[in-house]
Design a protein around this ligand. Structure first.
Ligand SMILES: NC(=O)c1ccc[n+]([C@@H]2O[C@H](COP(=O)([O-])OP(=O)(O)OC[C@H]3O[C@@H](n4cnc5c(N)ncnc54)[C@H](O)[C@@H]3O)[C@@H](O)[C@H]2O)c1
Length: 335
């Protein structure tokens, strides 16, 4: 067997994007270490094919001592920090797990990385840190104006990474992807949720009139961008990961309804989210300059996601049913 040249540590590697990233790595030349608390959103099923090849630690990043032990034992060369609480609706109900994992947890991951002398740290942030953008697109120099609790904790995490860059010469890069979707996304997020609701003959909940605009990025394009930024990006910099697929949520819902042979009667209009950001839009020229091109269309990724939800229907239905408990607090039906 060829010797492993690099140790790559992934936090949140049992989540949607982290697991896709782990699967994209070359296992013959890299040792892959995954740390994940396995919250409701984490699942080892996503890593089924990798289970014999990765070193997995069920570990909460909020527990510093045991986290540091893993870092000192594994001596990672590169850390990709995906672990976070990620659902805006849940953050509106209770911000505490978000401040713990996204802020204090990130600080712990930074500290353990400094302690173990890592060579590179890729911090996965989000376009939501810029807040709602009335018109045009924002580049990486724009002020952070997060408005929902999730985005606020992600912006605080970015500031902590920046602080470490400035004070400790921490070798970090921050990436800010737009709404990413595809197979294995937890079915509380809009697209897989809409699909499983419709397959299970339930309605698709849509906030307000569904006019909020979002940019959609395929999981494959997101992963390719993270690889490229990690390889060619400059330490200490921020890179937006954008998409040319902008549309309002009503249009996205209509496309899904059409693909599944349903009509608009299957939309359940619910009371709008508090402080619901109207529009996100990032300028990603900096990423394009590194040579990134968006390759996967919205339609193809949607087809792949529908196929995946259909194949994994028992899992998705189970998760959908688990959500019912807190839905009554979130979705106040208007019809
Ligand atoms: N999905 C998107 O559209 C999107 C867009 C932009 C940025 N992001 C960012 O990308 C990252 C990954 O997002 P995702 O969609 O894969 O999220 P996800 O919710 O699917 O996965 C998050 C993972 O982190 C783990 N985790 C949470 N708290 C933890 C803790 N305290 N200790 C250890 N593990 C913990 C969970 O168990 C889960 O496996 C997040 O940082 C998110 O903010 C996501």
């Amino acid at each position: 067997m060829a010797p492993k040249t690099k140790t790559i540590l992934i936090t949140g590697g049992a989540g949607f994007i982290g697991s896709a990233f782990a699967k994209s790595l070359n296992i013959s030349t890299n040792k892959i270490v995954i740390i994940d608390k396995l919250t409701y959103a984490g699942s080892l099923q996503r890593l089924e094919h990798l289970k014999k090849t990765v070193t997995f630690y069920k570990q909460d990043i909020c527990r510093y001592k045991s986290l540091e032990k893993i870092f000192l034992k594994e001596k990672p060369d590169i850390v990709y920090h995906f672990a976070a609480e990620t659902h805006v609706d849940r953050s509106n109900l209770d911000i505490k797990p978000f401040t713990q994992s996204n802020v204090a947890g990130t600080q712990n991951v930074i500290q353990a990385s400094i302690k173990s002398n890592i060579k590179k740290f890729i911090h996965i942030s989000t376009d939501e840190v810029y807040g709602s953008i009335a018109k045009g697109s924002v580049n990486e120099r724009a002020a952070l104006k997060p408005s929902n609790p999730y985005a606020i904790t992600k912006a605080l995490a970015d500031q902590l990474v920046m602080l470490a860059i400035n004070i400790n010469q921490f070798p970090a890069i921050i990436v800010r992807p737009v709404n990413t979707f595809g197979p294995w996304q937890y079915p509380e997020k809009f697209i897989p949720l809409a699909i499983i609701q419709l397959l299970d003959s339930k309605k698709v909940p849509l906030y307000g009139k569904g006019h909020q605009i979002r940019c959609w990025l395929s999981i494959e394009d997101c992963i390719e961008a993270i690889h490229l930024i990690s390889k060619k990006g400059t330490l200490g910099e921020v890179y937006n990961i954008g998409s040319s697929y902008h549309q309002d949520n009503l249009s996205t819902a209509k496309t899904i309804l059409k693909k599944l042979g349903k009509t608009q009667r299957e939309i359940l209009y619910v009371k709008d989210r508090l402080n619901h950001d109207f529009r996100y839009s990032v300028n990603y020229q900096k990423l394009k300059k590194l040579g990134w091109k968006q390759k996967h269309s919205f339609t193809k990724t949607l087809d792949d996601t529908i196929a995946w939800v259909t194949n994994q229907r028992p899992w998705c239905t189970k998760k959908r049913k688990e959500l019912q408990n807190y839905w009554k607090d979130i979705y106040k039906s208007k019809n």
